[in-house]
Design a protein around this ligand. Structure first.
Ligand code: FAD
Ligand code: SF4
Length: 327
């Protein structure tokens, strides 16, 4: 591991100024960043520790809930407001990592976690456009079982690893960020960007910009929501395919729906066409199956991950059934 300087600011101005310095990285829970330092994938000059900042609360607001970026994943998953009003978020968080990791991991760090593509994490592999822009993509010719089937490009097919972000995408969450240009709010679905020709760019943050909060708006569907994740083992495993679903029903008819996918997209994957297709239909398995096929209609697979299409369709149906059973 390369040597680095360390600072622990206590004001936003100081944190943003330090974070904007050349080759600085923020650190929160450290469950991802310390891994990447040890692997030599990240080689910062300066670590800016955010743990002196006050963003540790989960607060009821007039029109929703505000969550501090330093709230730990365990605290968020077990908070009464989240369990009662946004069960899909609690379920998604509890499906991730392990109790020890969730006790350390923060909301901001989860939002900004990097791909688990094994070629990205292995510096002996020289071809990775995300790690070394312009070098090529080892996964395209290599082993791609865990990789994305939606949103990939000729430069990168790495899947986005977060469970939490899939639930946040379905819940219309907004990300509050602060930097040199002052505060701004970004919809979660616009926060992460597709790899395109620049897989090294993963989100809309500019240098020094910090995530301070997540906002979850109240909605008529949020409490009827569920997360289903399929993975290779029951703990310590990332999604092969996962779905967050939420339904608002009027009698047996669907008034509004939300569907987002994990494990299959290069970013948390919101399925807007699928949602529109569900509106007005009866909340039945047949409706869910039609909508699920639509969600995967644009999938581009490799011989190693073509099984994900059927798997994701089934996961969507199960998540919608589970959401419907709560309505
Ligand atoms: C063994 C293992 C299994 C895992 N399994 C899963 C899983 O199944 N599902 C899943 O979703 N996740 C899983 N994870 C990932 C885990 O959720 C992340 O490591 C964790 O959420 C990162 O949070 P952190 O606070 O520790 O981030 P850190 O490691 O501190 O930081 C991560 C990144 O976020 C940036 N950052 C942190 N906070 C901010 C902020 N406020 N503003 C701007 N940038 C910031 C850092 O600069 C860094 O780039 C697993 C991790 C491990 C180690
Ligand atoms: S899929 Fe993306 S992260 Fe993985 S090797 Fe290719 S460019 Fe790198």
């Amino acid at each position: 591991m390369k040597d680095f300087d360390y600072t622990r600011p206590v004001t936003l101005e100081e944190a943003a100024r330090s974070g904007a310095r050349n080759n600085a990285r923020f650190i929160a829970g450290g469950t991802l960043l310390v891994d990447l330092l040890r692997l030599d994938v990240e080689r910062p000059e300066l670590l800016v520790d955010l743990n002196g900042m006050p963003w540790t609360l989960i607060e009821q607001e007039p029109d929703g809930v505000r969550i501090g970026a330093l709230v730990r994943n365990t605290e968020l998953a077990t908070h009464p407001l989240i369990v009662a009003k946004f069960p899909v978020l609690a379920e998604a968080l509890l499906s991730g990592a392990s109790p020890q990791v969730r006790n350390m991991a923060t909301v901001g760090g989860n939002l900004l976690q990097r791909t688990r593509c094994s070629y990205f994490r292995d510096v002996l592999v020289k071809t990775c456009n995300k790690r070394s822009p312009g070098s090529g993509c080892a996964a395209l010719e290599g082993y791609s079982r865990m990789h994305a089937i939606l949103g990939g490009s000729a430069g990168c097919i790495a899947s986005h690893p977060s469970d939490m972000c899939v639930a946040l995408a379905a819940l219309d969450a907004r990300v509050s960020v602060q930097g040199k240009l002052g505060p701004r709010d970004v919809p979660l679905t616009d926060f992460h960007v597709l790899p395109g020709d620049h897989p090294e760019l993963e989100n809309v943050l500019s240098p020094g910009e910090i995530v301070t909060h997540i906002r979850l708006p109240d909605s008529p569907f949020a409490k009827n929501s569920a997360y289903v994740k399929v993975r290779d083992r029951a703990a310590f495993a990332f999604a092969l395919a996962s779905a967050a679903a939420a339904l608002e029903l009027e009698g047996t008819a669907i008034r509004s729906a939300r569907v987002a996918l994990g494990g299959v997209g290069t970013k948390p994957w919101r399925c807007r066409e699928t949602e529109a297709n569900l509106v007005g239909r009866p909340a039945t398995r047949e409706s869910f199956e039609v909508a699920a096929r639509l969600a995967l209609s644009g999938a581009k697979t490799t011989p190693h991950n073509d099984f994900k299409v059927k798997l994701a369709e089934r996961v969507i149906v199960r998540a919608l059934e589970s959401a419907g059973s709560k309505a």
